[in-house]
Design a protein around this ligand. Structure first.
Ligand code: G
Ligand code: G
Ligand code: MN
Ligand code: NA
Length: 262
């Protein structure tokens, strides 16, 4: 079966599962939020990463239905954690949104419905968008302003890798920038090529300064060791995400973690 057809079958069979990766306060090491990351529990292949099927879902348009499922499930689960764990629950969930979803005229309505039906208030939801998704057209801009007006926060994902970061940040109601992991990777040292490390530090510093000047929160992604976390703290980063801090995990595993930390 071709991937497109297989994805439709998988959606019908409820083979997609939402994992959650903690977003941490780098100073206190407390969990502040999560990023929702979809996984495919394939009957033969096991857990399949979104890198392998999100592009196909985008091509076939199935991303619309899959995206609605992830959004709704992430809102439902986060509302449940807030009800069960109160102040110890993650304060927000960040959901990735594809360009194709953002261009759909029904997208803002889908977001409102997901919030309304699950009872999650908009201040607990973050939508992660890439620069290239945001860069296209007036209708997208209108949708983004509507979402911002509704109280949902918008994050620019993979920040620093896109085409026109600076002008985009002025035109777009972002609340959060996520420093791309390519700038965190090798931030701590590079014995072979120290200039490479210096260049990354310069980008990481520029992004935190820009965020400060524009009143945005910055989250550093892809932190894989303590030396990187240390560097980021020294540069002024408050929030971080990465395998060193916590892996993406199932909702059940996250609930166990929240129970232990309570
Ligand atoms: O294979 P890997 O796990 O690295 O792939 C992660 C990619 O898939 C990231 O770019 C991430 O943003 C994207 N992704 C994860 N979950 C979702 C989702 O629910 N919707 C969309 N559109 N992209 C997702
Ligand atoms: O494009 P986006 O930023 O949404 O991608 C998130 C992806 O990065 C997810 O697939 C997630 O599993 C992955 N990820 C999270 N933390 C780390 C990390 O520390 N190192 C690497 N290489 N990938 C990470
Ligand atoms: Mn993301
Ligand atoms: Na990213």
């Amino acid at each position: 079966m071709r991937l497109g057809g297989e994805l439709r079958r998988a959606l019908e069979n409820r083979e997609f599962e939402v994992f959650y990766q903690p977003i941490m306060d780098l100073g206190t090491n407390k969990l502040v939020g999560t990023e929702a990351l979809v996984r495919w529990n394939h009957p033969e292949r096991g857990l399949v990463s979104p890198g392998e099927f999100v592009p196909a879902a985008e091509r076939t348009g199935l991303i619309m239905e899959l995206g609605r499922y992830v959004l709704r499930e992430a809102c439902r689960q986060t509302a449940a954690w807030l009800a069960e764990f109160g102040p110890d629950a993650p304060r927000h969930v960040a959901v990735n949104v594809s360009a194709r979803q953002l261009h759909d005229p029904g997208f803002v309505g889908d977001v409102r419905d997901a919030l309304g039906d699950t009872g999650l208030t908009p201040d607990h939801l973050v939508l992660e968008l890439t620069e290239s998704a945001v860069l296209r057209g007036n209708q997208v801009s209108r949708a983004l302003h509507d979402l911002d007006g509704a109280g949902v926060r918008l994050a620019l994902d993979d920040f620093g890798t896109g085409e026109s970061s600076l002008s985009l940040l002025r035109a777009f109601p972002a609340a959060i920038v996520k420093l791309d992991k390519s700038f965190v990777d090798g931030l701590e040292f590079d014995e072979v090529d120290p200039a490479r490390r210096d260049a990354r530090q310069a980008v990481a510093r520029a992004v935190i300064q820009l965020a400060g000047a524009l009143g945005l929160e910055a989250v550093a992604e892809g932190i894989e060791n303590e030396a990187q976390a240390e560097q980021l703290r020294a540069l002024g980063y408050v929030y971080g995400q990465g395998y060193h801090l916590a892996m993406p995990m199932s909702a059940g595993k996250m609930t166990d973690l929240l129970t232990e930390q309570r």
